[in-house]
Design a protein around this ligand. Structure first.
Ligand code: AMP
Length: 397
């Protein structure tokens, strides 16, 4: 059975690695001739808009899934006429545009950050009046890892941000046929939430409607990029876990979802505010490879293929650290007990995710001590590791 995957980055790479023991084969489509999956699977190098290439890609496939949420919806819809596409293209459409996503959260009764659509410069003034400062201006589409975001703290920041905006917005028809400045606004303004911490939930729904949910994960970002995840999230209130599971189930039902879904939240004043969702396996779920009974990658494949889902229970506690821009000496990492190294085979470039390390331990205390043993690479300020270690140490005192 051959599974087609749109996107050939590290998420696809780890999906294939999890799928081979299940007897699955993989074919990838990615516009880049350097996509890392080329080392381990068949890769077609073509644009997502290249219909003859999509047709060739789909020939003989059991189904198509994706590891990149900015695949054009049109490509997924086109493929869905040839083979099943899971998660359904509607999930891709909902997650690609921050405004559509926020409206979906609101419609489903999932609490989210206060926001306003920003179509042009005047709309920014109105949005600032409504939301207040500090706030974050975000592009609605194609933003990731903190790209396409501006924090506005004072009126001068608002003035400067106007240079990013069109003087006046011309409403265009969007994919679902709706019209109006709001639906098509290229930006949105969100209240800057002084959150206690960031959490994410990974949940999976199978073809039969069976669901399973991993424990909430605590995430630490620097410069908009995920650096460190702690799983399960320390000192977790059961009510938050239930709220996150409830949010995931609402999205599952609304979209008739199949596969792994990630929702990122801010914990603020004891409750969860949804920030964004990803209709795919997620960086904050990498710990599940060693830290859970069944990894997110295996469960995603089980779900889309129609196999029973595996247990999402955690095995002790884990920390996942991203390797960004450069890679530490593997030997130094692997001298730390229960450290697991994953390198994605990508060429080094500033800000690029090149791999990750997962540490597993029996208790939070043991995990903190293992994290302390990691080599100097991980103790640079941009990792935020020492701040986290200091913080959790003081939280325990
Ligand atoms: P995003 O691309 O929306 O996930 O944003 C990247 C990171 O920026 C988040 O993980 C947060 O650390 C931060 N961030 C984004 N939006 C907000 C917000 N409304 N309030 C506070 N921090 C935010």
């Amino acid at each position: 059975m051959t599974i087609g995957i749109l996107g050939g980055g590290q998420l696809g790479y780890m999906l294939a690695l999890a799928g081979y023991p299940l007897g699955l084969h993989f074919r990838f489509l990615d516009p880049s001739p350097e996509a890392p999956v080329g080392r381990i699977a068949t890769r077609i190098t073509a644009q997502y808009t290249d219909r003859p290439a999509l047709k060739k890609f789909a020939t003989g496939l059991e189904l198509v899934t994706y590891e990149f949420e900015n695949v054009p919806v049109e490509a997924a819809v086109f493929l869905a006429e040839l083979v099943p596409v899971l998660p359904p293209p509607a999930a891709l459409e909902a997650a690609q545009d921050r405004l559509t996503e926020k409206h979906l959260f609101q419609k489903l009764g999932i609490a989210t950050t206060e926001f306003a659509a920003v179509a042009d410069r005047d709309a920014l003034d109105r949005a600032v009046k409504k939301i207040g400062l500090p706030a974050v201006l975000k592009t609605c589409r194609m933003g990731y890892d903190g790209k396409g975001q501006w924090i506005l703290r004072k009126p001068e920041d608002v003035l400067a941000a106007k240079n990013e905006l069109p003087a006046a917005h011309t409403a265009a028809r969007n994919h679902s046929g709706a019209q109006g400045a709001d639906q098509n606004a290229p930006f949105l303004l969100e209240r800057l939430v002084p959150f206690t911490r960031e959490l994410s939930i990974l949940a999976v729904r199978g073809r039969t409607g069976e669901t399973a949910v991993y424990p909430l994960v605590e995430n630490h970002h620097r410069g908009g990029i995920l650096r460190l995840s702690l799983a399960p999230a320390p000192q977790l209130d059961r009510a938050l876990q239930h709220a996150a599971e409830d949010a995931a189930r609402r999205v599952f039902d609304a979209l008739q979802y199949v596969g792994v879904l990630a929702i990122e939240f801010f914990e603020h004043e004891g409750r969860l505010l949804a920030n964004e969702m990803a209709p795919r396996v997620h960086n904050s779920g990498h710990w599940t490879i060693e830290g859970a009974i069944t990894s997110q990658f295996e469960n995603h494949l089980r779900a889309v293929v129609g196999l029973p889902l595996g247990s999402t229970s955690a095995l002790g506690c884990s920390a996942m650290l991203n390797l960004i821009g450069e890679v530490p000496d593997p030997a130094e990492v692997l001298t730390v007990r229960d450290a697991h190294l994953h390198l994605y085979g990508k060429s080094a470039r500033a800000g690029r995710k090149l791999g990750h390390v997962t540490l597993r331990a029996a208790s939070p205390e043991q995990l903190a001590s293992r994290l302390g043993e990691l080599p100097g690479y991980f103790h640079r300020p941009q990792f935020g590791l020492d701040a986290v270690l200091g913080h959790s140490a003081s939280a325990r005192r």
